[in-house]
Design a protein around this ligand. Structure first.
Ligand code: IMP
Ligand code: MG
Length: 186
C-alpha cells in the first residue's frame, strides 16, 4: 500500500527505494560473512520481519535454510509487556548450525537478548542478528546487532512489516505513526 493513502501516517521516514537498496547491501555483507562457514539457517521473527525476511534472503547468494519463530510482543498497546514468550517455535534442530535471526526492530532489546540466549542454549554454532531497524534510545538490554538496516528516532514506526495493533504492516515505506493513534490507546 502507498503510504500517502494511509491517514495514520505522520511522515515517511525511509522510502521503499532506500529500503531495497540497503537490503541489497546487507545481503552482500551476509553473503561474505557466511561464505564457506557451513550450514546457515535464517530465522525470521513473525510477523514484523516477514517483508524484510523475504527481501533479505533473496539477496543472499548462498544456500540457506529458512525457519520462523513467533514471540509475544506489544499486544495492543505501544508499550512492551516486559516478558518474552515463544508462541511458535523452530521446526528444525539447530545444533551445530549458524543461525541468523532476522528481526524488524530492536527497541528495548528484550526480545533479542532472550532469543540469542535461547538459541545458543540449543547448541547452535553461532547466533547473529540482522535487524531492519534499530531504535537505540529505548534500549534496556544490551544486544549486538551485526547487520543493521537503519537507525530510527524514538517514535512509533509502522510499515514494511511493522504494525500498530496489527494494522499498517503492508505500507511499502517505513513511516512514523501519528501520535494521536497510540496516545488514545494508552
Ligand atoms: P524489544 O522492545 O526490543 O523487545 O522489541 C520487541 C518488538 O516490539 C519488536 O520486534 C517489534 O515487533 C515491536 N516494536 C518495537 N518498536 C516498535 C515500533 O516502533 N513499531 C512497531 N513495532 C515495534
Ligand atoms: Mg517483532
Amino acid at each position: 500500500m502507498k503510504s500517502n493513502l494511509c491517514d495514520a501516517v505522520e511522515k515517511v521516514l525511509i522510502p521503499k527505494s532506500e529500503i531495497d537498496k540497503r537490503i541489497e547491501e546487507l545481503g552482500q555483507e551476509i553473503t561474505e560473512e557466511y561464505r564457506d562457514k557451513g550450514e546457515l539457517i535464517v530465522v525470521g521473527i513473525l510477523r514484523g520481519a516477514a517483508m524484510f525476511m523475504s527481501n533479505l534472503t533473496l539477496n543472499i547468494d548462498l544456500e540457506v535454510g529458512i525457519d520462523f519463530m513467533a514471540v509475544s510482543s506489544y499486544g495492543h498497546s505501544s508499550e512492551s509487556s516486559g516478558t518474552v514468550r515463544i508462541i511458535k517455535d523452530l521446526e528444525e534442530d539447530i545444533a551445530g548450525k549458524n543461525i541468523l535471526i532476522v528481526e524488524d526492530i530492536v527497541d528495548s532489546g528484550r526480545t533479542l537478548s532472550y532469543l540469542v540466549r535461547n538459541l545458543m542454549d540449543r547448541k547452535a554454532k553461532s547466533v547473529k542478528i540482522a535487524s531492519l531497524l534499530d531504535k537505540p534510545e529505548r534500549r534496556t538490554n544490551e544486544v549486538d546487532v551485526q547487520f543493521k538496516g537503519f537507525t530510527v528516532p524514538n517514535e512509533f514506526i509502522v510499515g514494511y512489516g511493522l504494525d500498530f495493533a496489527q494494522q499498517f504492516r503492508n505500507i511499502e515505506d517505513i513511516c512514523i505513526l501519528k501520535k494521536s493513534f497510540y496516545e488514545k490507546e494508552i
